[in-house]
Design a binder for this molecule. Sequence first.
Ligand code: SF4
Length: 184
Amino acid sequence: MKRDKNIVVVCHCILNCNSKVEGLSEYRGALDFTKKLIDNGIGIVQLPCPEMMIYGIKRWGHTKEQFDNPFYKTQCKNMLEPYIMQFDNYIKNGYNIKGLISIEGSPSCGYKKTCSSSLWSGELSNCTNLDEKLSDVKCIDEMGVFMKQLVSMLESNNLNIPILCLDESTLQESINDILNNLNI
Ligand code: SF4
């Protein structure tokens, strides 16, 4: 059997930037570094994009506080359950899930950084404090809502998968760190 049994799990938009909020993506389709994974015999599992599935492609950019509600969290849990079962089955059968790559700054998929504002909500057409709302949106050192659910499910299933952070604000540096961590 020729397979290497090595797997990397990626947040959806690493392989398909079309799922991102329009205007955010600075790459055309998939991030190039994934070719290195393929060239090194690593299989890639792509997680679902929760924001695309729930809000669609015409959504505005959101903050963590908007997604931190029971419906969104339950939907994330439901989306992730089949993946947790796959990870468990792979690991118990000798496969190596070498890492899971986050998207830093995302209100859903950030691991160390997420987008936050307590003011970012409400009707915009007659909003009298739009500047205040806009300037309140910031990056904070917390997990996004989808990632928090994922980490909690990994822990409760005793699945030890390193989380590797992809930060598009320092893209090449974070890709280098990820490839170093994966020993490729
Ligand atoms: S960061 Fe997560 S929620 Fe945002 S586009 Fe990528 S996969 Fe979707």
